[in-house]
Ligand binder design. Structure first.
Ligand code: GTP
Ligand code: ZN
Length: 357
């Protein structure tokens, strides 16, 4: 029997009779693949998931621990999603009735991970502000962020950008790597422990797949060395959206993770910029915009250097991006509503005998 603890299961409360715990490793349409102590099973959701009027927040997704009714001869039935210790969500614009246009749904795309690897490449598109933006998302998720600067072989001296990132975010570990040569990969060992789960966050092309492949390869070699000529080290099931490296670390790689947008990032900004926001209460006016107002504590702190200018600029840039995403969101929704209204209107017009009467 497989021990679900190897899949990071730590739930200690008693499990009701007749139910089996498991971890969702794949989700395709409405069919789930779940790893349980009786092996991998396919499962569907109990009808109640669909009938409740709630949002889809409580639908299980890849990484979730669930309780199911085991069915030996067919699909098992998922009845409960266990509490999540971390999650990534994205805004979902589908399925909006015009009247509910203001409520953007939250779609959960990955859960119960321990580390968020924020990947950013060191070559031409190196951008600290973007790293900060991902850091905001990572902090909100409940996972522990780790910044990984990729493609170290493509820059003359990666120590400069490395130092810049370390200085900007002194409380987060930063590593420079090259997936092709293996440079720096051993620095990631402390995160890649049995039972731990990792997700990758980063723009397309930063090298997520390359890092994954490099880790698998390195891992397979390590495990083979331990198990000698045993071939079990090769049993990496990379076709799943949550899969196990030979060393026992799990990696979540879902399509949803690749198209993550900002969702309600305000909390994360507060967590990242307490050193900036602690000046705000000291401004003379409570509605100070920190631009040219008399008695502005932020401007004073910038002048005497107690608030570093880069920190302020990062904060402003992040606020701006966040606002942009929110505006874009409401713009998209307005468009949908408008299109729907137009569609209804022209249908009505047709019904009434067309444009001309
Ligand atoms: N020189 C160099 N190139 C790299 C490195 N890592 C990745 N690349 C290259 O960068 C390109 C993109 O790498 P991928 O691993 O596919 O990037 P990805 O983040 O998975 O991209 P998406 O699948 O679009 O999300 C490929 O041509 C890789 O060979 C590296 O460490 N050094
Ligand atoms: Zn101010």
């Amino acid at each position: 029997m497989m021990d679900l603890k190897t899949y990071g299961y730590t739930e200690i409360e008693a499990i009701p009779d007749g139910l089996l715990p498991g971890r969702v490793t794949e989700l395709r349409r409405e069919r789930f693949t779940v790893m349980t102590e009786r092996g991998e099973v396919t499962a569907v959701l109990k009808g109640a998931f669909y009938h409740s009027a709630e949002t889809r927040v409580d639908f299980p997704c890849v990484g979730d621990f669930v309780l199911l009714h085991y069915n030996e001869s067919g699909d098992s039935l998922i009845v409960t999603v266990l509490p999540r210790r971390s999650k990534f969500s994205r805004a979902d614009y589908s399925g909006h009735a015009a009247g509910y246009a203001k409520t953007v749904r939250e779609q959960v795309v990955a859960t119960n991970f321990d580390y968020v690897f924020i990947l950013s490449s060191l070559n031409w598109d190196f951008n600290v502000t973007r790293i900060m933006r991902y850091l905001t998302q990572a902090r909100q998720s409940g996972g522990q962020p780790v910044v990984i600067l990729t493609k170290a072989d493509l820059v003359e001296d990666y120590n400069l950008p490395l130092a810049e990132v370390m200085q900007t975010i002194p409380d987060v570990p930063v590593h420079a790597i090259c997936s092709h040569s293996g440079l720096g990969l051993n620095e990631l060992d402390p995160y890649l422990m049995p039972g731990k789960t990792v997700v990758f966050l980063g723009m397309s092309g930063v090298g997520k797949s390359s890092l994954l492949n490099a880790l698998i390869e390195q891992d397979v070699m390590k495990v083979q060395a331990i198990r000698e000529v045993d071939s079990r080290g090769r049993h990496t099931t990379t076709h799943r959206q949550l899969f196990m490296l030979p060393s026992g670390t799990m990696v979540i790689d879902t399509p949803g993770m690749r198209e993550l947008g900002l969702f309600d990032a305000d909390e994360g900004i507060r967590a990242s910029f307490t050193d900036v926001e602690e000046w705000f209460p000291h401004c003379r006016f409570t509605d100070c915009r920190h631009q040219a107002e008399p008695g502005c504590a932020v401007l004073a702190a910038l002048v005497d250097g107690s608030l570093p200018r880069e920190r302020w600029e990062h904060y402003v840039a992040q606020q701006y991006e966040n606002k942009y995403v929110q505006d874009k969101t409401s713009y998209l929704i307005d468009m949908r509503v408008r299109n729907k209204t137009i569609a209804m209107w022209s249908k009505q017009t047709k019904k009434n005998g067309g444009w001309k009467k």
